[in-house]
Ligand binder design. Structure first.
Ligand code: 7PJ
Length: 276
């Protein structure tokens, strides 16, 4: 295993150049998909297309974390994600990431075939740190200020970069103390999670500084409100803005780019790799 490789259960994810993670929401209320993929076959077809389009990772989420979203029970979230993970694991050659904060969902997702954990709470929920470590899978630790229900009500920072970096450093230490290896940790500044546009912009300009922590950096800003605020576009018209952002993230050193529009992003990153 080279330094730039994540061991995702039985699969390796090489991070020599930026890779694309496709978003697969299996929530009835996910804002971009309208619950279109909330059944197993539709989810499989969407995953198939993302793999054909060049996604190396599919990020499956069963709980909406958009501002103001309601939380779901353990059983409801398990019912949404586990059958989809099993199906994709059986049918497709791709690394499955589970976007969850719940210990039980991490465990069951790992048993069903997930190869990576993605937690917007950075393993702060009850039992999550221990459960995550016991899966043996790599984890993405994301920064969020507050909680999804309230996070966008006037977040305040002294210095957003120092606060986010300090938080991530602390969570990395917690993981290492729990028995994670450094090679299993990915970090993410958490665009749009308890941040104003000015905060997001400042963090984005520091992507390179996050890479100095010597861990892969994940950037997830596809179709997010920061793109809407800069371009004046609604969610369904944020493709061009998302591609520009993904390209800049890739050339700033991001290792994994989490997006809705896989084919277009893969092309944009190919151009960045070839020409930059
Ligand atoms: C992110 C995420 C992100 C990571 C969501 C959305 C909201 N996980 N899950 N980073 N965002 N690691 O996609 O708009 O930015 S859900």
């Amino acid at each position: 295993m080279t330094k730039n490789t994540l061991q995702c259960a039985d699969r390796e994810l090489r991070l020599d150049s930026p890779v694309v993670m496709g978003i697969l929401n299996v929530t009835p209320d996910s804002f971009s998909d309208d619950g279109l993929f909330s059944n197993r076959e539709a989810a499989l077809r969407q995953a198939e297309k993302m793999v054909a389009d060049g996604a190396l990772v599919i990020d499956i989420g069963g709980e909406s974390t958009r501002p103001g979203a309601k939380s779901v029970s353990d059983d409801e979230e398990l019912d949404r994600v586990v059958p989809v993970i099993e199906k994709i694991h059986q049918e497709l050659d791709v690394i499955i990431s589970i976007d969850t904060s719940k210990a039980i969902v991490m465990k069951e997702a790992a048993s069903a075939g997930a190869g990576m954990l993605n937690d917007v709470m950075a393993l702060r929920a009850d039992g999550a740190l221990k459960a995550a470590q016991e899966t043996g899978l790599p984890v993405c630790l994301m920064h969020m200020k507050g909680e999804p229900r309230t996070m966008q009500s006037e977040p305040v920072y002294d210095d957003v970069f120092l606060e986010v970096k300090g938080f991530l450093t602390q969570q990395i230490e917690r993981c290492l103390a729990q028995g994670f290896k450094k090679e299993q940790i990915i970090i993410d500044p958490g665009f749009g999670f308890g941040k104003t546009l000015a905060h997001n912009v400042k963090l984005f300009k520091h992507i390179n500084a996050f890479t100095e922590l010597n861990l892969p950096v994940l950037v997830g800003a596809s179709r997010k409100s920061m793109i809407g605020q800069i371009t004046g576009r609604n969610t369904d018209a944020r493709l061009a803005g998302s591609l520009a952002l993904a390209t800049l993230a890739a050339i700033s050193g991001a290792a994994i780019i989490r997006v809705h529009d896989v084919a277009e992003t893969v092309d944009a990153i190919k151009i960045a790799n070839a020409l930059y």
